[in-house]
Design a protein around this ligand. Structure first.
Ligand code: F6P
Length: 332
């Protein structure tokens, strides 16, 4: 193996740069050249590759975003697009491709490998932490920390004004950011796609809290909970409860995707980046490199894209007990 290519695709995640750096330096250690593809699969189709060396990846481990840029490429969903990508890789004598991204990125990779038998290894890079085959994805830890910082700030004003805040956190189809930021931020309620609670039940609980000692509350809502945005959920609650609940909405949005990556994310990204290079060297392909029980593990891409990663019962039980309610285990 003489040359590999690396790209970042889909939603960016803090730690992607640390991963690119580890790929480049890991490859250099084994005497392999690296081409960095700009703008994900779109750049692969257009042949937008740049040579990356150990010195070009200096000073990026601490930077959020991705120096290679990211994109979601509709053209890569076509056979013609994938053929152009393959032509580029073979013309540049690339022996293997490392794709850093999430579920959509891996679905594209899978089709590509099936059509062209080209060696591809995936690295899980998404703040959602929703990928089977790894306990954590690159960017998740930083996103949770960002959300917790925001929750702490909102709690101050919620407490002063005796208000209820519904805070929406990201996670297209998963509640990982919600459950961990909810636990760490001491949220009174965590509303998840995996479980749930009806508006009526929620109102009843909030009323009980009001009648007790608690005058403010933080509700953390996962983006993918299933009922719609925080604004929609808040409208439902307001409609059914009348004017008695002073409910405000905050959507954290893309703030969760940016920022300086945490130490955990930098270390995870570095381990997975080197793991991807060394996986290719060992002849692995059509796999994702992940970390399970703190060990590097290679799982089939097919399994990764088709299996879900449920939130553990232990965490669900924890949030239920700490909330002091049965909210995390009943959907009305
Ligand atoms: O997959 C990461 C993620 O941030 C999701 O949590 C969110 O639903 C989505 O990407 C937003 O995507 P975009 O930046 O394209 O709006």
């Amino acid at each position: 193996m003489k040359r590999v290519a690396v790209l970042t695709s889909g939603g960016d995640a803090p730690g992607m740069n640390a991963c690119i750096r580890a790929v480049v330096r890991g490859a250099a250690y084994h005497g392999i050249e690296v081409i960095g593809i700009r703008r994900g699969y779109s750049g692969l189709i257009l042949g937008d590759g740049i040579q990356l060396t150990s010195s070009t990846v200096s000073n990026i481990i601490q930077r959020g975003g991705t120096i290679l840029k990211s994109a979601r490429s509709p053209e890569f969903r076509t056979v013609e697009g994938r053929q152009k990508a393959y032509d580029y890789l073979t013309n540049r004598a690339v022996d293997g491709l490392i794709v850093i991204g999430g579920n959509g990125t891996f679905k594209g990779a899978l089709q590509f490998v099936d059509e062209f038998s080209f060696p591809v290894i995936g690295v899980p890079g998404t703040i959602d932490n929703d990928l089977f085959g790894t306990d954590y994805t690159i960017g998740y830890d930083t996103a949770v920390n960002t959300a917790v910082e925001a929750i702490d700030k909102i709690r101050d004003t919620a407490d002063s004004h005796e208000r209820i805040f519904l805070i929406e956190v990201m996670g297209r189809d998963s509640g990982y950011i919600a459950i961990q930021s909810g636990i760490a931020g001491g949220a009174e309620r965590v509303l998840l796609p995996e479980t749930g609670v009806s508006a009526a039940e929620l109102i009843e609980r909030l009323r009980q809290d009001r009648n007790g000692s608690q005058s403010s509350a933080i509700l953390v809502l996962a983006e993918g909970e299933g009922r719609g945005t925080a604004t929609v959920v808040a409208e439902q609650i307001k409609k059914q409860s009348g004017t008695e609940l002073d409910l405000r909405v905050t959507t954290l949005g893309h703030i969760q995707r940016g920022g300086v990556p945490s130490a955990c994310d930098r270390i995870l990204a570095s381990r997975l980046g080197l793991g991807a290079v060394e996986g290719l060297l060992k002849g692995k392909q059509k796999v994702m490199v992940g970390l399970v029980n703190n060990e590097l593990v290679y799982s089939g891409l097919q399994e990764t894209v088709s299996r879900s990663k449920p939130i553990s019962e232990e965490l669900l039980r924890l949030v239920t007990i700490l909330n002091g309610s049965a909210f995390a285990d009943s959907r009305g």
